[in-house]
Ligand binder design. Structure first.
Ligand code: KIV
Length: 272
């Protein structure tokens, strides 16, 4: 048994805080379905993010904008049914928290009550602070998300690295400190210069989780379809592929098709 799987103590937001204080890195990946979440949890992942990237990799949308709260709740319920140890964080989708803080709280409450997840994640800083505060005051843990925030892609107009300029970098640091002061338990830093990722991480007591945020963040997150190589058309510099499932799946499908067509499947032992 690996050291990870033998450590069955459930991961809490406080445990993540302790990990940062002890210099222990945090491993986070996305999942959207029961079977994947079960494997991921048993492998010893610390945090599972039911990301709104489900819009891209599960539903085939170009952006994360179209996914709905009902869609996210469906994915989150499938994940929490599988998980025994990891902390499960669910993205609040676009349009469910930016309007006003009352609506934001109602969205977060639906996620917590209907999915039994542990926390919600929200994109943005000062602009969404009122909503963050209202959700936190209801006792719901919140994770922040700064840098390249994909729900704002129509404002950015590009998926390129954010906060390369001093002004945007300073705003990002200010937002991170504001979120920490409000009480969020961690912040995702997406696609920013490594030097800024390290600077923000050193300035905070709460953990940062990078995706294209460099090696100085307190943990890392990747979209599971990307790290498994299911998606083979997406190759940003920050992505390390741990498998080539696109090739494995294509090979299996081709073999199956050929076996069915040739009459090789099922054989004598595969029938009643
Ligand atoms: O939705 C998602 O998968 C995310 C990660 C990119 C952090 O927010």
């Amino acid at each position: 048994m690996s050291t990870q799987t033998s450590n069955l103590r459930p991961v809490t937001t406080y445990r993540l805080y302790e990990m940062k204080q002890h210099g222990e890195k945090i491993a986070m990946l996305t999942a959207y379905d029961y079977s994947t979440a079960r494997i991921l949890d048993a492998a010893g992942i610390d945090v599972i993010l039911v990301g709104d990237s489900a819009a891209n990799v599960m539903a085939g949308y170009e952006t994360t904008v179209p996914i709905t709260l009902d869609n996210m709740i469906y994915h989150a319920k499938s994940v929490t049914r599988a998980v025994k140890r990891a902390l499960v964080v669910v993205d609040l989708p676009f349009g469910t928290y930016q309007g006003n803080s009352k609506e934001a709280l109602a969205s977060a409450i639906r996620i917590m009550k209907e999915t039994e997840a542990d926390a919600v994640k929200m994109e943005g800083g000062e602009e969404i602070l009122e909503s963050v505060n209202r959700i936190l005051s209801a006792g719901i843990p919140v994770m922040g998300h700064l840098g390249l925030t994909p729900q704002s892609i129509h404002k950015f107009g590009t998926y390129t690295v954010r906060a390369k300029e001093e002004e945007e970098a300073e705003k990002l640091l200010r937002d991170a400190l504001l979120l920490e002061k409000a009480g969020v338990f961690g912040i995702v830093l997406e696609k920013i210069p490594a030097s800024l990722g390290a600077r923000v991480s050193k300035s905070l007591r709460i953990p940062t989780i990078g995706i294209g945020g460099g090696s100085g963040t307190d943990g890392q997150v990747l979209v599971i379809h990307d790290m498994l190589g299911v998606t083979n058309e997406f190759s940003p510099r920050f992505l390390r592929r741990y498998a080539d499932l696109h090739a494995v799946m294509t090979g299996a499908f081709e073999n199956y098709i050929s076996d069915v067509k040739s009459g090789n499947f099922p054989n004598e032992k595969e029938q009643y």
